[in-house]
Design a protein around this ligand. Structure first.
Ligand SMILES: [Fe+2]
Length: 304
């Protein structure tokens, strides 16, 4: 997925202090040249692949993200009734399960950000609030970008986020990130200062990582940001976006089909996984502060 050009461009960008969490908009690199996959090419297994109306709508919402790359201004989406209905259905089902399994921090954060089961939240509102709380921000993106490019943006305390929503025929499923995955899964956790700093460390690492290290970072991201579990008062709770945004994944994570192991960095970064399968092993961090410090130590060895 990574190109030689991307590596060469990133190799020069090693001059950043690990403790500089103060990123301003002026520090951001230009979004204009961001590489991305051809968004017209929906995989055949995408439930909306043979629905021309869905494809046109997805393409339109994606074009708003493209506009952002030219103007730097987020255009919010006027979601239609069908899209709002998909959100209400999925968000309501998940909310029930979150009360049982989500980390208490996440539950509070969702409320703080005004993410409700009633309507699809807008990136402008969430980005403004994130900036106030942890100086993180959101940038709309119209499709998948490669691992290094995606993770590198975290270095500038920026999360790339899609705005379109999954196809109505399978509301519980999406083969690609969508607004449900971003807003219910990812965005609330960025209001946690330790989680935000940890994410930024992953971004710093991605900018200078070797190809082998970028694979390791991808696994660290997978088993934390996407599928992470955290200890809470003798219990285990979910904070990973892939769990919190999927009813099936969240039920599975707390079933006896999953081995929940203590988080050991060395093990996590070497743990190969299959993207499309339910995960048989998940890792439990003791706290977000611990995750941040372990990651700081790990990426401080990069580039030396
Ligand atoms: Fe994700």
């Amino acid at each position: 997925m990574l190109t030689e050009t991307a590596i060469a461009a990133n190799a020069a960008e090693t001059d950043f202090p690990l403790d500089n969490f103060h990123v301003t908009d002026a520090d951001l690199p230009t979004f204009r040249d961001m590489p991305f996959e051809d968004i017209e090419e929906l995989d055949l297994d995408h439930p909306g692949a043979s629905d021309p109306e869905y494809r046109t709508r997805r393409g339109y919402i994606a074009s708003l993200a493209k506009k952002f790359r030219e103007t730097g201004v987020i255009t919010d989406v006027v979601y239609n009734d069908e899209e709002q209905a998909i959100w209400r259905h999925v968000a309501t089902r998940l909310e029930e399960l979150h009360q049982r399994h989500a980390s208490p921090f996440y539950l509070r954060a969702k409320r703080d950000l005004g993410i409700s089961t009633e309507r699809i939240p807008q990136l402008t509102d969430m980005s403004r609030r994130l900036k106030e709380l942890t100086n993180f921000r959101l940038a709309p993106i119209e499709g998948l970008v490669d691992t290094r490019a995606f993770l590198s943006w975290l270095s500038w305390r920026t999360m790339l986020s899609t705005q379109y929503i999954r196809h109505h025929s399978r509301p519980e499923y999406t083969p690609e990130p969508d607004i449900v995955h971003e807003a219910i899964g990812h965005i609330p956790m960025f209001t946690n200062p330790n989680f935000a700093d940890f994410s930024q460390f992953i971004g710093h690492g991605a900018r200078i990582a070797t190809d082998k290290q970028i694979e390791e970072l991808g696994r660290l991201y997978w088993f934390t940001v996407e599928f992470g579990l955290v200890e809470h008062e003798g219990d285990i709770k979910a904070y990973g976006a892939g769990l919190l945004s999927s009813y099936g994944e969240l039920v599975h994570a707390f079933s006896d089909k999953v081995e929940r192991r203590p988080f050991v960095l060395e093990e996590v970064i070497n743990h190969e996984y299959t993207y499309s399968d339910m995960q048989p092993v998940l890792y439990v961090i003791p706290s977000y502060a611990e995750l941040k410090e372990v990651t700081r130590g790990y990426i401080s060895t990069f580039g030396s």
